[in-house]
Design a protein around this ligand. Structure first.
Ligand code: DSN
Length: 439
């Protein structure tokens, strides 16, 4: 088979008598994946089918546009360009300088930031670079406890963030399960952090960035906002922005922001040099230009009015799902949601979050288990299951469908060990999945 993609680099090799474009023994091939490696093709194809047949409620996943995917599979994959636009260690960078500058300019415009670094490979390296830029190893950081909804890089004992820094934590209020700024301030006064991290991976409420800024100012700390989960909502104005308040803001680009796998750091101008140096050369090598082009496209898409409509629907779908679940007798952490996710709590059940997430997978509802505030179960199984609506909303799901999903989840919760019942629910999930855009 020959490559059908005219104009690609390899498409210009001479066509051979056997119809292939092999230039010489050992040259790079231009045949499609399906013929080069049917095994990998089949696995990818199978996973795509799985997505289309099921409902993806993993709060950190999303489906990108074809335009974003096109950048990722472009020839930009080839390029080395260590450095930054206008100051590279490689030649041949004219266009890629323009691509990276475009991504930087769009990121700044989208979020109203003084400086943007679009090179971080993903969220954890972005957080690491930000800490290295702003503080010294051994300094104290204060972040939300992982078991309460924080992230590994916010000081978890198993993360670099507690190996290289002295990690302290704040929690949510055990009664309301909401952030309690008095408690955050009390901990901050006690531990005197050099850096406070606001932001979470499993917190379903609006975060008051100004309250965190005020606490940071009162204890003389810097403030980093990690908006990896809510970046799309923030970009669209559906969640308040931390940019005016935080010294630096980190985010992945592939969650609610709906771009490529990767990350972004925004910061005040005074931290720009330190952030850039921490990303390269301190922590990373060559930037991934194909991902940076895809980020530029993602930022453009996020500036469209339709992106706000999408984000509003992400939030209203999450609300509809939470309300449907609570009507079905399932407890939701903090009693609801104001963003793209919710966490159910299974304290009143005999099974763990992990067991229920597995049962839901059998019905075709794909989630991730998690701990909940004050969880009596071990983190390896947890008492919660986290649901996010960005991915199903990208496929066109609406509130009516969320209500039906809530009823299916409530039915599965009656007895997650009843495989026959789960298989019957799977038929209902497939009906909903077929109503949505395919993946
Ligand atoms: N692992 C991601 C999540 O699922 O929230 C965060 O990095």
């Amino acid at each position: 088979m020959t490559s059908a993609r005219s104009g690609s680099m390899l498409g210009e090799l001479p066509l051979q008598a056997n119809g292939t474009r092999q230039g010489f023994a050992g040259s790079v091939g231009s045949d499609p994946l399906q013929s080069v490696d049917p095994a990998v093709w089949a696995l990818i194809h199978g996973d795509r089918e799985r997505h289309t047949r099921t409902l993806n409620f993993i709060a950190s996943e999303n489906y990108t546009s074809q335009a974003v995917l096109e950048c990722l599979s472009s020839h930009l994959n080839v390029k080395y360009a260590e450095g930054y636009p206008g100051a590279r260690y490689y030649q041949g960078v004219g266009q890629v300088d323009d691509i990276e500058q475009l991504a930087i300019d769009r990121a700044r415009e989208l979020f109203g930031a003084e400086h943007a670094n679009v090179q971080p490979y993903s969220g954890s390296p972005a957080n690491m670079a930000t800490y290295f830029a702003l503080i010294q190893p051994g300094d104290t950081i204060l972040g939300m406890d992982l078991s309460q909804g924080g992230h590994l890089t916010h000081g978890s004992p198993v993360s670099f963030s507690s190996k290289l820094f002295k990690a302290e934590h704040y929690s949510v209020d055990p009664g309301t399960e909401l952030l309690d700024h008095d408690q955050v301030e009390a901990v901050a006064k006690r531990v005197q952090p050099r850096l406070i991290i606001a932001g979470a991976s499993a917190y379903s409420r609006i975060i008051d960035w100004k309250a965190f800024r005020d606490i940071a100012d009162r204890v003389g700390a810097l403030l980093v906002a990690d908006i990896a989960h809510i970046a799309g909502l923030v970009a669209a104005g559906v969640h308040p922005s931390p940019v005016p308040f935080a010294d630096a803001v980190t985010t992945t680009t592939h969650k609610s922001l709906r771009g490529p796998r990767g990350a972004l750091i925004l910061c005040k101008a005074e931290h720009a040099k330190a952030i850039d140096r921490a990303v390269f050369p301190m922590l990373q090598g060559g930037p991934h230009l194909s991902a940076i082009a895809a980020k530029a496209v993602c930022f453009k898409e996020a500036m469209e009015p339709s992106f706000r409509v999408y984000q509003e629907r992400v939030a209203s779908n999450a609300r509809a799902l939470a309300e449907g679940l609570m009507r079905g007798g399932i407890q939701v952490v903090s009693g609801g949601t104001e963003n793209h996710l919710l966490v159910i709590k299974l304290l009143d059940r005999e099974y763990s979050g992990k067991a229920f997430a597995r049962a839901l997978e059998r019905t075709g509802i794909i989630t991730s288990f998690s701990t909940i505030p004050g969880d009596p179960r071990k983190p390896g199984v947890g008492s919660g299951v986290r649901f996010g609506t960005p991915a199903v909303t990208s496929r066109g799901a609406d509130e009516r469908q969320m209500q039906r999903v809530a009823e299916i989840i409530a039915a599965a919760a009656e007895d997650p060990t009843d495989e026959a019942a789960l298989d019957r629910l799977r038929i209902e999930v497939e009906v909903i999945a077929r109503e949505l855009q395919s993946v």
